[in-house]
Design a protein around this ligand. Structure first.
Ligand code: GRF
Length: 197
């Protein structure tokens, strides 16, 4: 099987992206991180790309007012990307990009979808909702991106306990730790054909 070429979209820290890059470098994941795109010129994700020697682009409505989607598609195609990895990308992806890479775009969400997903459910809002509902378990979900927020086919999930004295910070840290394991594992299953996109 040819090596899977990965393209990343990230807005801020990019810790999931880094976990995947590390797993590729160690051989745990048989894939090539090829390009990183961020809407945020000062994102840690772009700094990480630079440190890793991975080509990176700042693409946003500020830089490409007349065509964010086209600019993204051009960059992903230039680097022969097979699968797009959303890693904390805070913008809604354009329909044009979703259609061009239909079924080949992954996202990680910090709760057990289909619960606690949808518009407005991101970052601390997700964990707040989980805590408010008194859930006993939470955990990340890797899913395919389609035109509806947090809606596409679920590929993998990992449960973590929610403790009575948890707050948003303790719960999000526990979930994020598992994200860093689940995302590379899932990409490897795609790379070895165990999961077919
Ligand atoms: C993670 O919590 C992920 O679930 C969500 O965005 C966050 C990204 O964190 N989609 P990082 O940028 O990978 O550190």
């Amino acid at each position: 099987m040819p090596t899977l070429n990965l393209g990343f979209l990230a807005s801020h820290g990019g810790s999931n992206m880094q976990a995947i890059i590390n797993a590729c470098k160690s051989g745990q994941v048989d894939a090539n991180p090829c390009v990183v795109i961020s809407n945020n010129s000062d994102s840690q994700a772009l700094h990480r790309a630079k440190n890793e020697g991975i080509p990176y682009y700042h693409i946003s409505t500020a830089t490409h007012a007349d065509g964010v989607d086209d600019a993204m598609i051009e960059a992903f195609e230039k680097h022969n990307v097979d699968v797009i990895i959303l890693a904390g990308y805070m913008k809604k992806l354009g329909d044009k990009v979703i259609n061009r890479f239909k079924g080949k775009i992954l996202n990680i969400h910090p709760a057990l979808l289909p619960k606690y997903g949808g518009k407005g459910m991101y970052g601390k809002f997700v964990h707040e909702a989980v805590l408010m509902a008194g859930e006993k378990v939470s955990g990340p979900t890797v899913h395919i991106v389609d035109i509806v927020y947090d809606h596409g086919r679920i590929l993998a999930q990992k449960e973590v306990p929610v403790y009575p004295d948890d707050n948003v910070d303790t719960l999000s840290a526990r979930v994020l730790e598992q994200e860093h394991i689940l995302y590379p594992e899932t990409i490897q299953k795609i790379a070895n054909g165990e999961i077919v996109l």
